[in-house]
Design a protein around this ligand. Structure first.
Ligand code: GLN
Length: 236
């Protein structure tokens, strides 16, 4: 299981997900507190943010441990946005370790990260093509295809999780997607937390980024949808 986190609200820096909190993604890469299916997340990382001047998010991914990139702290301090997403990766056995297999995956203005694993034959029929043979890339392509056909991101996440789980009952399918204006996430087999209240902002993360009060665990088999100041958790 990898770890991921996203912010939607008043602009803040990427460092607010990665470096500043005591248990930010930097720390979660080598000492996650709640990870069930791996001990470290050293197979790469990805960060992305939305710039109001650009139609599409800006992405920076690498297939090295997040702590090994000496350029990231400066980049993360200066990259500020109302919508941020970051992920650290522990590659599932048999999956390639390379940039194109590293979340977040993107298409147009959509981004998606995945914590978990799924049999590839369960997701390949759900999309025409994917950026990488990695299971997560196929899940992302399946959600993006539904969004491109007019579904909301949340509808796409819900449908793909349900279909993939139907074909692979062992699948773990914690997805986290955004489009710059909303977040959608699923809890399906691993931990997921939300935190509301920082000036109308919302944080969604695999595990709490710090020990402040206000973090709420999302029940397994749930769908989370968030817009600034509004958060909904419903059963999947
Ligand atoms: N299966 C995905 C991968 O190989 C995600 C792994 C994870 O959640 N640890 O990258």
């Amino acid at each position: 299981m990898c770890r991921h986190a996203a912010w939607l609200g008043p602009p803040r820096s990427l460092a607010s997900l990665v470096h500043e909190p005591e248990y930010g993604l930097l720390r979660q890469a080598y000492a996650p507190r709640m990870q069930r299916h791996a001990t470290v997340n050293a197979d790469g990382f990805g960060v992305a943010w939305y710039d109001p001047e650009l139609g599409e998010p800006v992405r920076y991914r690498r297939a090295v441990p997040i702590w090994a990139d000496a350029n990231l702290p400066g980049l993360a301090r200066t990259a500020r946005s109302h919508c941020l997403l970051a992920a650290v990766r522990s590659a599932t056995e048999g999956m390639p370790v390379e940039e194109s297999a590293t979340a977040p995956f993107a298409r147009g203005r959509w981004l998606l990260s995945h914590n978990g694993r799924v049999a590839r034959q369960a997701v390949r029929p759900l999309a025409d093509d994917a950026e990488s043979p990695c299971d997560s890339a196929w899940l992302a392509a399946a959600v993006f295809a539904r969004a491109a056909a007019g579904a909301s991101l949340a509808e796409g996440v819900a449908e793909v999780v349900t279909l993939a789980a139907g074909k692979d009952p062992e699948a773990r399918l914690n997805l986290l997607a955004c489009d710059g204006e909303s977040l959608a996430a699923s809890a399906w087999g691993d931990t997921l937390f939300v935190h509301l209240g920082d000036g109308e902002g919302v944080l969604v993360a695999s595990e709490p980024l710090d020990d402040r009060p206000g973090w709420r665990a999302v029940p397994d088999h749930s769908l989370v949808t968030a817009r600034p100041g509004a958060l909904r958790v419903e059963p999947l």
